[in-house]
Design a protein around this ligand. Structure first.
Ligand SMILES: [Zn+2]
Length: 233
């Protein structure tokens, strides 16, 4: 067709007619045949996915429409979420942290054993669910935490599941545990410092209390039921 690299439609449509040049490459001949049945009309518009004009929402819908939301999304972005904990929880549940099993898979040399319990290989499921150290901390949650990683991945973090308000407090606690576990793991590896489970629990409970006291919904709840605050100690 010998059209310029940045040719526009106006380059090949003149006075309402296709002008596809006189090139006899087979692809151009095929294109001419296809265009025979199309009458150029209307104004030009940039379309997304052939059916709608481009907008942020059309691009977003197209990008996400093939991916269903993970069942644990409500856990990550719960009512009382703390952004840095939510991001960490997302990475944990996607198994995106650079745990020792992943380091080995990438060909990096490392001692594969968990630095928290020193008994099992470090994986996401071990570190954030099954490790004896982590379990002590998780079990300090005001509500009973599910016992397996598979339950976490299936969106079942608390069993039995309490009402939504209490569930979100449980989610806040568990996401704070995830964050603290990863920090503790890194501190042991890179800084040679360690924190025992009871100290970690105290710190997490304090963070949870501070977050909840900053939330209007929680303050309203304890105003109606002052004894409820006892679950945070
Ligand atoms: Zn462990």
């Amino acid at each position: 067709m010998r059209s310029p690299l940045h040719a526009k439609l106006s380059t090949i449509i003149w006075n309402g007619q296709w002008n596809l040049g006189d090139c006899y490459f087979i692809s151009v001949i095929h294109l001419r045949l296809l265009c025979q049945n199309i009458t150029p009309s209307g104004r030009d518009a940039i379309l997304w996915n052939n059916d709608s004009e481009v907008s942020v929402s059309s691009v977003y819908k197209n990008l996400v429409q093939h991916n269903t939301a993970p069942v644990w999304l409500d856990f990550v972005w719960h009512e009382f979420h703390i952004p840095r904990y939510a991001v960490k929880a997302w990475l944990v549940l996607q198994k995106r942290l650079f745990t020792k099993d992943r380091m080995l898979r990438f060909g990096l040399y490392t001692d594969p054993i968990c630095v928290l319990c020193a008994t099992h290989p470090e994986t996401h499921s071990h570190l954030f669910s099954h490790c004896a150290y982590s379990r002590i901390v998780l079990n300090a949650c005001p509500f009973k935490v599910s016992s397996t990683w598979d339950n976490f991945i299936s969106g079942r973090f608390l069993e039995p599941e309490p009402n939504d308000f209490e569930k979100h407090i449980g989610y806040l606690f568990i996401s704070a545990v995830f964050y603290a576990i990863w920090t503790e793991r890194n501190n042991r590896i890179h800084r040679d410092t360690r924190c025992n489970p009871s100290t970690m629990i105290s710190k997490i409970k304090q963070i949870v209390r501070e977050k909840l006291y900053s939330c209007v919904a929680f303050r309203a709840r304890i105003k109606r039921d002052p004894s409820f605050v006892a679950i945070l100690y």
